[in-house]
Ligand binder design. Structure first.
Ligand code: CMC
Length: 437
């Protein structure tokens, strides 16, 4: 970390001695004030629920400028990666810090492709779930379950174990997600096929049956690959911070990634794409485009508890750059499939237009986020709404692993252990049961 010449001075109005705090500069983005010695010197903690002003780590992977609407993976703008690279190149970049050469890409693709099968016993593990279980419930279990199958890659402090578990997780996630889907619809699992691309193989495992092969349409494969690239990493969001915190105890990589999957499930995070589509279906049931005004009124009423799902972001207070790219893909997919007249898609476009012009959303800088469009694209491809978040988890796995490995390799790494402002009862004595009120 590069120290700044400037120091922050913390002073107290009660005459307690002031304290100088070092400031560090990143390559870009806000400087950070180092408060690690604060408690030791002052006996005080900082208070920041929701981490609104806290940098929880030092990272070289992803940079977001929320005001400019900028997203960089290892310094490369997301717009360039989404249009000039594929998902596996992006994975290589996130894991290794540099884009692969032709030979490195070939070797990496070969390695991932040759780890896509899962232990056959995973099928029996899956059978324990109800057929109507949510795919994210299944995925949380299956990913955690991997640690019971791959004992040779569970030591998080061993660099070789970390490297092989990274490849296994990236390679097996599409297989696990498609198995979870096939299980819920009662169809046989489709094994991976090595001559297909990462996204093409996933789509075949989803949509082929033993009676009929599936030849993925190139536009749809590109759309799926773009969904993967755009979701691959996003700095210290809730699920990534969960993976780091979970991994900081020294647990195995599969368990740490399972924790990330569980966190991603929530509707304020990865569950937003599913929630956005469900919301569109509810508005459609209310009467569709005609009822948008009424629905927006409910969204603006704080007592209704209704939010416009797929809108707003903690960091982006300008257009989400991923949403711009996803919007482009969305139109390409709807054109290819001739779906522009589908009532849900018409409704989505009308809702987007109205929200972008409405004072409530403009004043609060609430723009569509990536999940608004990715849900529409996935629905058009034929993916059931309940599987959307599992696909987000598949794509984010590489980001989680890159962040986890970065943390373990950091010489300053410690187990994560936040403190608290305690507001409960002060010490008191237990009364005999007959003396309690
Ligand atoms: N619909 C209606 N009002 C909203 C929305 C929304 N989607 N999002 C924020 N607001 C309002 C909020 O009520 C508040 O109003 P006021 O200032 O009058 O109290 C103001 O906008 C600021 O919102 P906030 O809740 O303080 O913002 P936050 O940074 O804590 O929350 C968020 C960010 C993403 C949780 C929130 O915008 C939200 O719940 N959006 C809908 C869910 C969603 O689409 N999530 C996906 C995020 S992108 C994918 C990912 O990274 O996982």
């Amino acid at each position: 970390m590069t120290p700044s010449d400037v120091k922050a001075t913390l002073s107290f109005s009660d005459g307690s001695p002031s304290m100088d705090l070092p400031i560090y500069k990143g390559t870009i983005g806000p400087d950070v004030i180092d408060i690690r010695k604060l408690y030791g010197q002052t006996g005080k903690f900082t208070y920041d629920p929701g981490f609104l002003s806290t940098a929880s780590c030092n990272s070289t992977i992803t940079y977001i400028d929320g005001d400019k609407g900028e997203l960089l993976y290892r310094g490369y703008p997301i717009e360039q990666l989404a249009t000039q690279c594929d998902y596996l190149e992006t994975c290589y970049l996130l894991l290794n810090g540099e884009l692969p050469s032709g030979k490195e890409k070939e070797d990496f693709t070969h390695l991932v492709t040759h780890h896509t099968m899962v232990n056959e016993q995973m099928q029996f593990f899956l059978r324990g779930f109800r057929r109507d279980a949510h795919p994210m419930a299944i995925l949380t279990g299956l990913v955690g379950g991997l640690s019971a199958f791959y004992h040779d890659s569970t030591d998080i402090h061993n660099a070789e174990h970390r490297a092989i578990s990274a490849i296994r997780l990236i390679a097996k996630m599409p297989t696990l997600v498609s198995m979870a889907y096939k299980y819920t619809i009662g169809q046989p699992y489709i094994y991976p096929k090595n001559d297909l691309s990462y996204a093409g193989n996933f789509m075949r495992m989803m949509f082929a049956t033993p009676c009929e092969d599936y030849n993925p349409n190139e536009v749809l494969v590109r759309a799926m690959d773009r969904i993967f690239i755009l979701h691959a990493d996003h700095e210290q969001n809730a699920s990534t911070s969960t993976v780091r915190l979970c991994g900081s105890s020294g647990t195995n990589p599969f368990a740490a990634i399972a924790a990330g999957v569980a966190c991603l499930w929530g509707p304020a995070h990865g569950g937003a794409n599913e929630a956005a589509l469900n919301m569109l279906e509810d508005v459609q049931k209310m009467g569709g485009v005609e009822k948008i005004g009424e629905f927006i009124k409910q969204v603006k009423d704080k007592n209704s508890g209704i939010k416009l799902m797929g809108f707003g972001h903690r960091v982006y207070k300008n257009y989400d750059p991923r949403a711009k790219l996803m919007r482009e893909t969305c139109h390409e997919v709807l054109d290819t499939l001739g779906l522009h007249d589908d009532p849900i898609f018409k409704l989505a476009m009308a809702l987007e237009k109205i929200a972008l012009e409405d004072e409530y959303f403009v004043a609060r800088k609430l723009y569509p986020n990536v999940d608004f469009y990715s849900g529409i694209v996935q629905r058009a491809i034929g993916i059931p709404v309940s599987l959307f978040t599992a696909i987000f988890a598949l794509a984010r796995t590489v980001g989680w692993i890159a962040q986890l490995n970065e943390m373990i390799g950091d010489p300053e790494y410690k187990i994560g252990r936040p403190r608290q402002l305690y507001n409960g009862a002060a010490q008191r004595n237990v009364k005999a049961i007959g003396e309690r009120d």
